[in-house]
Design a protein around this ligand. Structure first.
Ligand SMILES: Nc1nc2c(c(=O)[nH]1)N[C@H]1C(S)=C(S)[C@@H](COP(=O)(O)OP(=O)(O)OC[C@H]3O[C@@H](n4cnc5c(=O)[nH]c(N)nc54)[C@H](O)[C@@H]3O)O[C@H]1N2
Ligand SMILES: Nc1nc2c(c(=O)[nH]1)N[C@H]1C(S)=C(S)[C@@H](COP(=O)(O)OP(=O)(O)OC[C@H]3O[C@@H](n4cnc5c(=O)[nH]c(N)nc54)[C@H](O)[C@@H]3O)O[C@H]1N2
Ligand code: SF4
Ligand SMILES: [Mo]
Length: 691
């Protein structure tokens, strides 16, 4: 029996797993012992990776939709040619801006490299990813505050922290192995700030059930109180930060007496929180989608960073303002997708970086695209306005996951060419597309992913592909060849080639990985970036900012702040309740295409969309547990849900898991001003019993 160590390609923890294989069948999956991230533990999704494709084994050949609406399968060569010809035709007829792509945080670094090079540099197309729906806020916040998109922590900080504050994060459900690391810490207080009494809040020492979208006011109020009480690290502020004096003046407008009613908390509760922050010796702040998916999300993330800076809780063991990533390679997509920045980081109009990246890719500088992509929302708007005619969607399911998802349905109808590359041909996005390109799942491919603490780890094929099966990398390569892109054809033959190019692009950057050999990652403990040439063996755990130096020109972190804005979501008589959305269970992954194959998950989760509703509200509305209710949204849409009574949501709030397509029918098209990340977490709704 062979044993192959590989990374789980669901969530951003990137647990490593040992696949035991006999006769090209996975016999068992065991979480890797000694791997610094998960050390012998995993969640149900990881140990069920062998279930991928047991139920829905697709035809491995490309599928074309014909003029009469029927489908036919063609050879791969014909499929590649069809994609290439049709993309080039549309480009020629309508111009570069008529072609766009949508990728994901779930591809490998090498796949980002080849796809980004082909789509952006060669085809000059716009291309964004589902990381916009997820991590765009953190990216912008980090760049403005730290000078680079560089989350500084290592997971061990959870074991070393004495005060762990989760804001808009529910790791018990969304990042179980991160929560395991919290539980390893026997000497800590856990604090949760979340309007919902989430699974994490239930397991915390302190829960602050704030009003939806009042985080920014709360965080400024806390900052002001810390200043008033002089609970500050003056030395750190003076030596390592900019704009503190302006910040100090600014937050005077947010005394806790004023913000307490805005946040729905008592003044004493906020004071308690301030004292907890002050009394902690190693305080760490952790945020996820409850912060990132808001209308003033970037400023909220920065308000968390400000607290860490002013109290000197950054760069030391057990501290940090720490953004938790969602998907297995969201960090890779942030650095290597060529969408919002050059490969390895840096702006598209930075002449020095352009030269470096062109040299690393062995191409003329003029080949590199010269501007960032238009964001996801604008791609969809431009499709619906008839400007974008062709869309290539890879490893994401936007018909389900996009905000106000009827607008994506409209886009699908408008497009002349929708190409979908997915491991399943029956997803809401792939089932009706013009060209479907079936890719094999992660257990059959190789490459690299980067986890939430900047750790690169290897994805290795546990089993071999069968006849006619193709990996995502091979599909990109095949299309590039059909497009006649000689440099890709000659120099990007394998994932290792792509890794080598991407690595070269990082030279001298904060994310320098020039010290990593592709082969080093296999059967390893993973390697955190930065890891420049000559870095030696490296420790198992490394954090950034230990010397107090950040990536800005003057090496100081910036206090960034802005007045709290009016919430664009208004509760009215017509729509008096808040609908909150997010992850429903450990077993369910996003749009459920993959986790429907895990029998215990499929059997134990609701088949139909449901909402959690407080028993008091249910009573008031004559609704009983498991009744069907109609939820109407201020975006003009409504859908039927099963009512699941729960005391863990507020009396005037509902919670809908995003795992059901109905959820995003109701979410309104609202985005953060700076990151354009959708504001998924607050919808104004009304409800009625369906008789
Ligand atoms: N099982 C499972 N795990 C997953 C995923 C999955 O689909 N299934 N997806 C992965 C991905 S891509 C991501 S991005 C992560 C997401 O991980 P999380 O962000 O932890 O999960 P969510 O449930 O989206 O949201 C977290 C919390 O934000 C709270 N929240 C809502 N509004 C507000 C607000 O105004 N203020 C505050 N402070 N909190 C608010 C919600 O009540 C919720 O408890 O999970 C990853 N892990
Ligand atoms: N209301 C609401 N909506 C949300 C959110 C929320 O909190 N609330 N969260 C948002 C967030 S944070 C995220 S990240 C998105 C996620 O949204 P999506 O990315 O749309 O969700 P997934 O189900 O992960 O889609 C991944 C697709 O890739 C396919 N796939 C899996 N592995 C492979 C592979 O190796 N190759 C290829 N080619 N395909 C593969 C799967 O079958 C699936 O169809 O949802 C967003 N939508
Ligand atoms: S915690 Fe995340 S990475 Fe680990 S097994 Fe579960 S889904 Fe996979
Ligand atoms: Mo995400």
């Amino acid at each position: 029996m062979k044993k192959i160590q590989s990374s789980c390609n669901y969530c951003a923890i990137d647990c490593n797993l040992d696949f035991y294989v006999e006769d090209n069948q996975i016999v068992k999956v065991v979480p890797t012992k000694g791997y610094p991230v998960n050390n012998g533990f995993s969640c149900i999704k990881g140990i069920s990776l062998d279930k991928q494709h047991s139920l829905f084994k697709p035809n491995p050949l490309p599928r074309l939709k014909q003029a009469d609406g029927t489908f036919r399968h063609v050879s791969w060569e014909e499929g590649y040619q069809e994609v290439a010809t049709r993309l080039l035709d549309i480009k020629e007829k309508y111009g570069n801006d008529s072609v766009a792509g949508l990728s994901t945080g779930q591809m490998t670094l090498e796949e980002f490299g080849i796809f980004g090079h082909m789509m952006r540099n060669h085809l000059k197309a716009n291309m964004d990813g589902n990381t916009r729906l997820c991590m765009a806020t953190s990216v912008v916040a980090h760049k403005q505050s730290f000078g680079f998109d560089a989350p500084g922590y290592t997971l061990q900080d959870l074991e070393l922290s004495d005060t762990i504050i989760f804001i808009g994060a529910n790791p018990v459900v969304a990042h179980p192995i991160l929560w395991k690391r919290v539980r390893n810490n026997k000497d800590k207080k856990v604090i949760v700030i979340d309007p919902r009494r989430s699974e994490t809040a239930k397991n915390a020492d302190y829960w602050y059930g704030i009003r939806h979208r009042s985080d920014l006011a709360l965080l400024y109020g806390i900052a002001n109180e810390l200043i008033q009480k002089d609970y500050l690290d003056h030395v750190f502020i003076k030596e390592h930060t900019n704009h503190f004096e302006e910040f100090k003046d600014f937050v005077k407008d947010y005394p806790i007496e004023k913000i307490a009613p805005i946040c729905g908390l008592e003044v004493e509760k906020i004071q308690e929180l301030v004292e907890l922050i002050h009394s902690g010796k190693r305080v760490s702040f952790w945020w996820t989608m409850g912060i990132n998916q808001g209308y003033e999300a970037v400023r909220s993330a920065q308000a968390i960073i400000n607290l860490a800076l002013m109290t000197g809780n950054i760069g030391r063991p057990g501290t940090g303002a720490n953004s938790i990533t969602g998907q297995s390679n969201a960090m890779g997509s942030r650095l290597f997708s060529n969408t919002t920045g050059l490969f390895g980081g840096g702006d598209f109009d930075n002449p020095v970086r352009r030269q470096q990246v062109a040299k690393a890719l062995e191409v003329e500088e003029s080949l590199l695209i010269d501007k960032p992509t238009i964001p996801y929302n604008q791609i969809i708007e431009n499709i619906n306005a008839g400007k974008i005619k062709a869309l290539w969607v890879v490893c994401t399911n936007p018909r389900h996951s996009w905000i106000n998802n009827d607008t994506f349905k409209e886009a699908m109808e408008k497009l002349e060419l929708l190409i979908v590359q997915d491991i399943y041909g029956d997803t809401d996005t792939s089932k009706e597309c013009h060209i479907y390109l079936p890719a094999v799942p992660g257990v059959k491919k190789e490459g690299t992913v980067i986890n939430l603490e900047r750790r690169l780890s290897a994805v290795r094929p546990a089993i071999e592909k069968e006849e006619n099966e193709r990996t995502d990398y091979e599909i990109f390569y095949g299309v590039a060849k059909a497009l006649g892109l000689k440099d890709i054809e000659e120099k990007w033959k394998t994932p290792k080639d792509a890794f080598t190019f991407m690595r070269a692009c990082t030279k001298g950057m904060p994310c320098d990985i020039t010290g990593i050999e592709y082969e080093d990652l296999a059967h390893s403990k993973g390697i955190q970036w930065p890891f420049p040439k000559g870095a030696g063996k490296g420790e198992d755990q490394r954090r950034l900012y230990e010397d107090g130096n950040f990536f800005t020109a003057d090496k100081k972190a910036n206090f960034v702040f802005e007045a709290v804005r009016e919430n664009p979501v208004k509760l009215t008589e017509e729509y008096p309740y808040v609908l909150n959305t997010g992850r429903g269970s450990v077993g369910q992954w996003h749009t459920q295409t993959r986790t429907r194959e895990i029998k215990v998950v499929a059997d134990s989760c609701s088949k139909e969309a449901y909402v959690n509703i407080h028993p008091n509200l249910a009573k008031e509305k004559g609704i009983e547990h498991h009744d069907r209710i109609k939820v109407s949204s201020s975006n003009g849409q409504s859908a039927i849900f099963i009512a699941q009574l729960s005391e863990f949501v507020g009396e005037h709030e509902l919670f809908a898991p995003l795992h059901y397509i109905e959820c995003n029918l109701l979410t309104p098209s609202i985005y953060d001003a700076y990151s354009k990340e959708p504001s998924y977490k607050m919808v104004a709704v009304n409800i009625e019993l369906v008789k």
